[in-house]
Write a protein that binds this ligand. Structure first.
Ligand code: PAF
Length: 280
């Protein structure tokens, strides 16, 4: 079965499985265990699963980031088939998704996209929302699956679902990590093995924030952690922040009645690694 369905072919297939529940796992390919865990969860919870593999150009603000993004469609297909032969793969061309105008819609996500990733990657979330909207309208899935590593993306997509009144349940799945704690990401493939080992400091720093926030003030914790991380060759902290887990309002002090997360982005020779942790 070819993964290169057109949107019309997808519609025909969906029509044939009208009474079946559909689970959608949107990806940009270069799949890793994190994606596979989303796909495995989706296969347990739905009659039919579709995985989309589409490297979405409108969510990249830097051309080189898009060019260097790891790609391996044949390996991706094998990995998906190793879970089940019944999973459908949709790997469209840019033209199929955008026609000849590769541009994103402009959404109003208010505060949600003005901080953290939104502050550092211009128009990124408009690009994410544009493609996710196109996919949700095409597949009309019962459930759509995303990983907790991209927590800000998840809040944006929840908002998109509200704005466009799309009938779908967003399922948030836990971050899958390497043994040293590094959150799995397609971008990890761009790191040397030394950099990969040293990147354990990213999750360790988040855990340090979670464990010490009640003993010490965040400003000094942040200063010390940034110093420690930036002592490693080529490691640069783009941000380390605490934010309200629902509104993403950035703060230094936390109110025990609300829920917060700590967010971090470290760039290593332009490879950006993000992670976050729930603070209780
Ligand atoms: O998280 C991703 O891989 C992408 O942002 C997504 C949701 C597939 C949209 O291109």
């Amino acid at each position: 079965m070819s993964p290169f369905f057109t949107k019309n072919e997808v519609k025909i297939r969906l029509n044939k499985s009208k009474n079946k529940s559909i689970g959608l796992v949107p990806t940009m390919g270069s799949l890793h265990e994190g994606h596979l865990s989303l796909i495995k969860t989706a296969t347990k919870e739905n009659d039919l699963v579709w995985v989309s593999i589409f490297l979405n150009p409108t969510q990249f603000d830097k051309k080189n980031d898009l060019i260097n993004y790891p790609k391996n469609l044949n390996k991706d297909i094998k990995l998906i088939k190793s879970i089940s032969n019944n999973i459908n793969i949709f790997s469209p061309s840019e033209f199929e998704m955008y026609g000849d105008k590769i541009i994103s819609k402009v959404y109003n996500f208010k505060k949600l996209d003005s901080v953290l990733e939104g502050k550092h990657r211009k128009n990124h979330f408009n690009g994410v929302a544009t493609i996710v909207s196109k996919l949700l309208h095409l597949f009309k899935p019962k459930n759509v699956y995303f990983g907790e590593k991209d927590y800000q993306q998840v809040l944006i997509i929840k908002d998109l679902i509200n704005i466009e009144k799309i009938k779908v349940k967003l399922i948030l799945c836990p971050t899958v990590r390497e043994k040293n704690g590094l959150a799995l990401s397609s971008r990890n493939k761009l790191l040397s093995s030394n950099q990969r080992n040293s990147s354990s400091i990213i999750y360790n720093s988040l855990k340090y924030v979670a464990e010490n926030l009640y003993k010490s003030d965040f400003k000094s914790i942040k200063k010390n952690l940034i110093n420690k991380i930036e002592k490693i060759n080529s490691f640069k902290v783009e941000y380390l922040e605490i934010a309200d887990a629902n509104t993403l309002e950035i703060c230094d002090k936390i109110n025990p009645k609300k829920t917060y997360r700590a967010f971090i982005c470290v760039s290593i020779n332009k490879v950006r690694l993000i992670d976050n942790i729930l603070l209780n």
